[in-house]
Structures are given as structure tokens and as C-alpha cells.
Design a protein around this ligand. Structure first.
Ligand code: DGL
Length: 276
């Protein structure tokens, strides 16, 4: 018997582990949903690669998830969200949720002084996707952007928390132009960055609102599923299957993001073999 559309899982992907920050929120918001997560841990980071490579990798990630019979795809990666063209998303035949647009909407809703900062990978920042999204929502918004290429390796290697001197030093350097610009709202335009949230708040000050792009994507996904009558009505807790291109890297580090041990629960797949 064919599975009903609402019973199918939601697919979530990222270049690596960062998207788990979105997955965590999704599990909180939609505990009854079945989820499939793919992290491209063998090819992370994407944010330092050229657009053509990012597009090829992300299309392979999406092809894999489509093969898992998902009812929706959440791209929990700002680097991919900034690069994937609209026509491609629309050609997939199922709802596709990125993070850039929803994080931008949340930031515009919350700013009081109209000055918004965006931090992200080199690829996200140089794509100009955030400036474009923010200006489309409100042309009067003043946007200050800053690429933070060292943040992803810091997080992947466990260098975060207010006591971490390395993280603090790097963050002070990256964040100083945003402080100078007087932003009252800062978009964490990379799903790895919520792990640096404490350090960032310490430097920017408590008054600056931090927008978590993965969480905003998850929130929008919930409202979209509800609007399309696609929420899973099951009362028991949904399951979550984890796939990665390097299961070892994934299992070793996922605990930092999810606060839960995934040893022996991650299946490795050969993502390079997926045709685009
Ligand atoms: N988590 C990805 C993002 O949101 C960045 C990591 C990478 O560079 O691959 O942009």
C-alpha cells in the first residue's frame, strides 16, 4: 500500500553537522514527524568552495533525500540556500524550505533601529543573498555583512563557549565592524553559529537580538506543512534516521549539536555516486 503523503518523513540536509541545530528545533516543534537527516561530513565545508561545486554537491544531497520518499526538504544550510536558484527548487515537486528568506523576515520583524548585521560563510556573504532578501522585505534597512570563515572549523573542533580564548579572540575580530555599525539585530547566517551564541552575545551585548537561521527555517516548515494539510497526525513520537558521507565524523561530533549520543545510529552513504 502506498504511504499517505502526510506520513512520509521530512528531509533535512546540511554540508555537515550545522543543520542539526535546525533538526533539534524541528523535533521540538513537530515531535510526531518522522525525519531523515543527511550531513555531508566528508565534503564539509561548502562555504569556502565555488558556486558550481556548491550547486553540484547540494543537488546530490537533494537527490539522496528525494530517494527517501520525503514530503518536504529543509535546506538547513545558508551556503546552499544562497546559491540554489528558484527554478531548481520549484522543479522538485515537493515543498523546499531554505533558511535565508525566513531568517531575513524574522530579523526585519525584530529590529527597532533598522540596522541588521549578517554573519556567514564566505560563499553566503559574497552571494549577496541576505542583502537582497532584506532589502526586498524593507528597502530602508541598513545591512552590514561580515564573512567569518574561521567559525565553522572552530565549531567543528569544539572551540566554543565563553571561556574559550581562541573563539573569543576570533569573534572579537569578526564582530567589531558590526558593533561599530550599531546593529541591534544579528542574523547567524550559518547553521553552525548557534554553538557560538554565548561568545557572540558576550561581545555584542545582551541588547542585540540574535536570529538563528536554522530555527527560523524549522518554524516556517511547520507553518507550511500545516497550511498544506501535510502534518503527520500520529500521536507517538516520530523517528529520525541519520545519514552522512562520513559516519565516523558525524557520530564523533553530533553530540555537540544535539546533546545526544548517536553512536552506531548513522548510516554512511556514497554521496558522490548520486547523479545530478
Ligand atoms: N552550515 C553551513 C551554513 O549554514 C556552513 C558550513 C559550511 O561551510 O559548509 O552555511
Amino acid at each position: 500500500m502506498e504511504q499517505k503523503r502526510e506520513d512520509r518523513p521530512i528531509g533535512v540536509f546540511d554540508s555537515g553537522l550545522g543543520g542539526l541545530t535546525a533538526l533539534k528545533e524541528l523535533r521540538r516543534l513537530l515531535p510526531g514527524e518522522n525525519l531523515v537527516y543527511f550531513g555531508d561530513t566528508a565534503r564539509v565545508p561548502y562555504g569556502t568552495r565555488d558556486r558550481e561545486t556548491i550547486l553540484r554537491y547540494s543537488k546530490q544531497d537533494i537527490r539522496f533525500l528525494l530517494g527517501q520518499n520525503v514530503k518536504m526538504i529543509i535546506c538547513a544550510c545558508n551556503t546552499v540556500s544562497s546559491a540554489l536558484p528558484e527554478e531548481y527548487r520549484e522543479s522538485l515537486g515537493i515543498p523546499f524550505v531554505g533558511v535565508v528568506e525566513h531568517a531575513s523576515r524574522a530579523a526585519v520583524r525584530q529590529t527597532k533601529n533598522g540596522k541588521i548585521g549578517v554573519i556567514g560563510t564566505n560563499a553566503t556573504i559574497s552571494s549577496g543573498a541576505y542583502e537582497q532578501a532584506l532589502k526586498t522585505i524593507d528597502s530602508k534597512i541598513k545591512v552590514t555583512v561580515q564573512a567569518c570563515p574561521l567559525f565553522v572549523p572552530l565549531v567543528e573542533n569544539g572551540y566554543f563557549g565563553t571561556c574559550n580564548r581562541v573563539a573569543r579572540l576570533v569573534a572579537e575580530e569578526y564582530l567589531s565592524p558590526l558593533k561599530e555599525a550599531g546593529v541591534d539585530t544579528l542574523i547567524l547566517g550559518c547553521t553552525h553559529y548557534p554553538l557560538l551564541q554565548d561568545v557572540i552575545t558576550d561581545i555584542m551585548g545582551d541588547a542585540v537580538i540574535l536570529v538563528d537561521s536554522g530555527k527560523e527555517g524549522a518554524r516556517f516548515a511547520k507553518s507550511l506543512l500545516a497550511g498544506q494539510g501535510l502534518l503527520n497526525p500520529q500521536l507517538k513520537r516520530g523517528n529520525c534516521r541519520f545519514y552522512a558521507s562520513s559516519a565516523q565524523d558525524f557520530e564523533e561530533n553530533a553530540g555537540r549539536f544535539l546533546g545526544e549520543n548517536l553512536s552506531g545510529q548513522v548510516e554512511q552513504i556514497a554521496i558522490d555516486s548520486y547523479e545530478v
